[in-house]
Design a binder for this molecule. Structure first.
Ligand SMILES: [Zn+2]
Length: 468
């Protein structure tokens, strides 16, 4: 039975969907004005694994995953202005870049990706409801605000109390607001800014109400899981709860899930520290599955420490797993692996709040067993190989051809000797060996070793190779 750590109750709880025929999950998506960074990669991959696993349990057509796209906000307006670029062009461009990164990382596309600018009516509708209920207010010629003091449970998710929050000095006092903590629902447009008409004047939605309205529109007033990065817990998610529950009078979400921060060499990742990496930059150095492996090898709630050493470790871990699959006729196999000790251990790990590091350890146990069996029981080894690939797929791993991965065909930017050159040298070496010119054959082996290419001569006389 699946247990999920619920950030709201602060404990692991047994997950029971409201409707097992339609498990509903909403995750806060990207604000599209720049390339996605490693922090975005983590959130995308973490909730992709959750999505894959829920589909495994409840069936493919019985999970609805919604991830929004914030395509209007202050940062977008500022960047478009800086670039002398049309806002729609800027956001369309970075939506495509986001897809490119996500697709490469094997992130399945969500079922719905609502965009803020396409749901202005629903957003205005929800603000109207909050106004009618006396939970929102606007002073003359001012933005519209949500009155946090009117929502009794405010602070329940983040464990913060209103008085404690008000005493924090970074809260800016604004005479348009009754309370410095009140969050903007509708922001009036300055001259030249994009805007939509509303009963309170031309303007644009605040970010929190955008998620409240789109989640409700796509999934209903009460759904199963809401996810996002830990940095969104307060104030964004706290406000989503206050607004949605304020408007509907119902519980908004049963399970809140938050993934941990990404750190770089044990420091906070930030542009000012110069240790900020886009997904694009990391993909230039590593196969996408190496990045995915690195992400799922940590539990989603733990901090994730990015370093070259951790990426190198991920690469060697994946090399071990792919080496076990190498040489097995996986593509010809239609074996149904059934359940065994490995599959039940894997499921137990995933059922325990998506404990992917333990699930990964099971993959290594299968790989070890597979390597042993390859020598004397190929049908059994094949069965395990298929199981390894199937369980790997739940984490979005082991989906390349083993040879392609091991030979670095997919990795870009690795430089050095090409596949054609390697194969030509292996052919020369075979001829040398055939002619019993072992000096020449050793020289070629060493030459390739110098380029990081390892040759493995099989029992049948064939030679396979991989990059170190
Ligand atoms: Zn959100």
């Amino acid at each position: 039975m699946l247990q999920i750590y619920n950030s709201l109750s602060k404990k692991k709880q047994q997950f029971a969907p409201i409707d097992p025929n339609n498990v509903r999950m909403y995750v806060c998506g990207m604000t599209v004005y720049d390339y996605c960074h490693v922090g975005h990669a983590r959130a995308m991959v973490v909730f992709d694994v959750v999505y894959r696993y829920l589909r495994r349990i409840y069936g493919k057509g019985h999970v609805t995953y919604v991830r929004n796209i914030t395509d209007i906000d202050d940062k977008i307006i500022a960047r478009a202005h800086e670039n002398h670029e049309d806002i729609d062009m800027l956001t369309a461009r970075f939506i495509q870049e986001m897809y490119q990164d996500g697709d490469l990382l094997g992130v399945l596309r969500p079922d719905h990706e609502p965009r803020a600018t396409q749901h202005i009516d629903e957003i205005i509708g929800m603000i109207k409801t909050l106004m009618t209920k006396g939970l929102a207010y606007a002073k003359p010629d001012s933005d519209v605000y949500y009155d946090v003091s009117a929502f009794k449970q405010y602070g329940a998710l983040s464990g913060k109390h209103l008085d404690e929050l008000r005493s924090v000095d970074r809260v800016v006092v604004d005479d348009k607001k009754d309370d410095p903590l009140d969050r903007v629902l509708w922001k009036l447009a300055k001259p030249g800014e994009p805007s939509w008409d509303s009963p309170w004047g031309a303007g644009r939605p605040g970010w929190d109400i955008e998620c409240s309205a789109m989640a409700t529109h796509c999934l209903g007033e009460h759904f199963d899981i809401h996810g996002g990065g830990l940095d969104l817990q307060f104030p964004h998610h706290e406000n989503e709860i206050a607004q949605s529950e304020g408007a509907s009078g119902e519980t908004f979400v049963n399970f809140w899930m938050h993934n941990g921060h990404v750190r770089v060499d044990n420091e906070k990742m930030s542009k000012s520290l110069g240790n900020f990496f886009t997904i694009r930059e990391v993909l230039a150095k590593y196969n996408p599955e190496v990045i995915r492996y690195f992400i799922v090898n940590s539990h989603y709630r733990s901090p994730l420490n990015y370093s070259d050493q951790h990426l190198e470790n991920a690469k060697s871990g994946l090399t071990t797993l792919y080496t076990a699959l190498r040489g097995l006729p996986l593509e010809e196999s239609v074996t149904n692996t059934g359940s065994n000790g490995f599959s039940s251990r894997f499921a137990a790990a995933m059922d325990d709040d998506f404990n992917t590091p333990i699930a990964m350890a099971v993959l290594f146990d299968i790989a070890g067993e597979c390597n042993k069996l390859k020598e004397h029981d190929v049908p059994q080894a094949l069965k395990l190989g298929v199981q390894l690939k199937q369980l790997g797929a739940l984490l979005g791993l082991l989906q390349c051809e083993p040879d392609d991965f091991l030979q670095g065909v997919i990795a870009s930017g690795e430089g050095g000797v090409t596949v054609d050159q390697i194969e030509a040298l292996i052919e020369q070496r075979n001829q040398a060996r055939h002619a019993k010119d072992f000096q020449a054959s050793d020289r070629i082996r060493q030459e390739l070793a110098g380029q990081g290419v390892v040759l493995e001569d099989g029992a049948g006389g064939g030679t396979t190779w991989r990059r170190e």
